[in-house]
Design a protein around this ligand. Structure first.
Ligand code: AMP
Length: 381
């Protein structure tokens, strides 16, 4: 008999996890998601849903009672509540790992204690700390909220001494840290998996292009030398070796101007930069995550086809219902997430553009330029 899988969060990641889990009926008999939006994306593809806030203690308890194993698609869950229901359901990645990763300062401390390269950083408790830190790191540096910050929203770039007070005041009441600015030539990531038995596999390095601090494009594989991709993969393996807990992790890194690799941050979940694996790889990151948390042998991470993933985002100038997109072209795989309402820059779907045999990345980039026109989100009149 398969197990009942509980997922905290039923957005697009929960949706694609649900779709993968449904293809494994011998291992998973039912999927239940906890999400505040009625008929969330995961519910639309066959997950049962508990409608409640991600941090609702009672709802998490209910999910634990109904599930054999719990995982999550968002990292902002309440790790203490999760810890308290561990006797009812197995939770992966573990609440301890989640707690450490949720706090950027604890995460970077953990990484540097394990000799894994990160930008230099310090904890900031006062304006004086900030001034001392800036003396050490110089300008620009980044002041960051330690928790609940994503898509660049919790960062303040301090460009000159005149910014110090303003930057410090911006984070009133929040725990913060200062990070040395890393001059990078590329942002990259590794999707890495570790199963409950300790088996580790890493997907090939990919290149990430951001717009407005949101991931827009992922190019698989990254356009870097073999030396750099080997180095990044090795660092990702080191991270997986020291982290407790099982599952897929998205490890975001910078390739610096002098070809060093440093880790920006780790997401304890399937990751937007891994969506290409749905078409490019033998095992998608979603199937891999389920294999990892169930303790199954991990699938092959081989990249079979060069692929570009392009995120379809809500237009900046409107909020409301939108025209459905239709693209039927060879080697283009459009995935919409079933969100009824578009909001500025909201992730509504993605497409994977897959290369023909021998087709170059440059050619694929050219093709994508033409396709982008067809992905504009327009208001439904
Ligand atoms: P974060 O939300 O911390 O991942 O940061 C959002 C974006 O800010 C990253 O994708 C980078 O483009 C940039 N960034 C973050 N940390 C640094 C850093 N130490 N040096 C340079 N750029 C950074």
């Amino acid at each position: 008999m398969g197990k009942i899988l509980g997922i905290i969060g039923g957005g697009q990641l929960g949706m694609m996890l649900t779709e993968s889990a449904k293809k494994m009926p011998e291992h998973i008999s039912k999927i239940i998601v906890l999400d505040p939006t009625e008929n969330c994306p995961a519910a639309q593809v066959g997950a049962e849903q508990i409608v409640a806030d991600f941090k609702d203690e009672k709802a998490i308890q209910e999910l634990a009672e109904k599930s054999d194993i719990i995982t999550y698609e968002i990292e902002s869950g309440d790790s203490d509540v999760l810890k308290s229901v561990e006797s009812k359901a197995e939770i992966n990645p573990s609440p301890e790992t989640l707690k450490m990763i949720q706090d950027k300062f604890l995460q970077k401390t953990f990484l540097s204690e394990n000799k894994i390269p990160t930008p230099e950083f310090i904890k900031i408790g006062s304006l004086d700390d900030l001034q001392q830190g800036l003396k050490k790191f110089g300008y620009p540096s980044l002041l960051k909220a330690r928790r609940d910050a994503y898509d660049g929203r919790g960062n303040f770039k301090v460009d000159s001494p005149e910014d110090n007070q303003k930057a410090f005041d911006y984070f009133k009441g929040q725990n913060i840290m200062l990070e040395k600015f890393v001059p990078f030539k590329m942002e990259v990531s590794v999707i890495a998996a570790r199963n409950t038995k300790g088996q580790i596999k890493t997907y090939p390095l990919v290149e990430n292009i951001h717009e407005h601090n949101i991931l827009r494009e992922t190019i698989a594989p990254a356009r870097v030398s073999k030396e750099i991709s080997d180095k990044a993969e090795e660092i990702a393996k080191d991270v997986m070796t020291v982290l407790k807990g099982a599952g897929v992790f998205g490890i975001e890194m910078f390739v610096t101007t002098d070809d060093q690799i440093v880790i920006n941050e780790i997401a304890p979940r399937v990751h937007n930069s891994g969506h290409h694996t749905l078409q490019s790889s033998e095992t998608s990151q979603f199937e891999q995550h389920i294999r990892a948390i169930l303790g199954l042998e991990l699938g092959s991470v081989k990249l079979l086809h060069t692929t570009i993933m392009y995120n379809i985002l809500g237009s900046k100038d409107f909020q409301g219902e939108y025209h459905p997109l239709e693209i039927s072209e060879k080697n283009v795989f459009l995935k919409m997430y079933g969100k009824k309402i578009s909001k500025p820059l909201r992730k509504l779907g993605h497409l994977n553009l897959v290369a023909n045999q021998e087709e170059s990345i440059e050619n694929l980039i050219q093709k994508l330029t033409g396709l982008k026109e067809k992905t504009h989100i327009l208001a439904l009149k």
